[in-house]
Ligand binder design. Structure first.
Ligand SMILES: [Zn+2]
Ligand SMILES: [Zn+2]
Length: 144
């Protein structure tokens, strides 16, 4: 083996594990979000992911989230006054419910058509968000 070739192979084997680790981190984050089926904060993601990836740190989670947004895999759920949560991209149009006791955010399905009619005459509507506030079943002590 020529020196040059050996160098190339060493470089490749050094890069491969890092790329593999990154791919694994991403698939763990995606699985966590799919299983939760609601928007999660980076800390929620870390907590859930640590079951399968005990060595994972918060900085890595933030970095992975950032990359996954750039790649169109995740979207931020921005609720006024709240730290952003994240959900998988490409979900059907839906809205959110925030529990005022635990602060968790849940998906709600359905969209009242009357919302489209709220825009004043002459205004072109481009989108909307609906956030319901209340208490989630675990926080009310009722079974979900
Ligand atoms: Zn709650
Ligand atoms: Zn809607």
């Amino acid at each position: 083996m020529t020196d040059e070739k050996r160098h190339a192979e060493e470089a490749a084997s050094q890069h491969r594990p890092r790329a593999k680790r990154r791919t694994r981190q991403r698939s763990i984050i995606q699985r966590v979000l799919l299983e939760a089926n609601r928007p999660l904060s980076p800390h929620d993601i870390l907590q859930a992911a640590q079951a399968t990836a005990p060595g994972l740190g918060i900085a890595t989670v933030y970095r992975a989230i950032h990359t996954m947004i750039t790649e169109g895999l995740l979207v931020a759920v921005e609720i006024p006054g709240e730290a952003p949560r994240y959900e998988t991209a490409g979900k059907e149009h839906h809205h959110h419910f925030q529990c005022r006791t635990c602060d968790d955010i849940f998906d709600i399905q359905g969209c009242p058509p009357a919302i489209q009619q709220l825009a004043p005459k002459g205004f072109r509507l481009e989108g909307h968000q609906v956030v319901l506030y209340g208490v989630c079943p675990p926080c009310t002590g009722m079974p979900a």
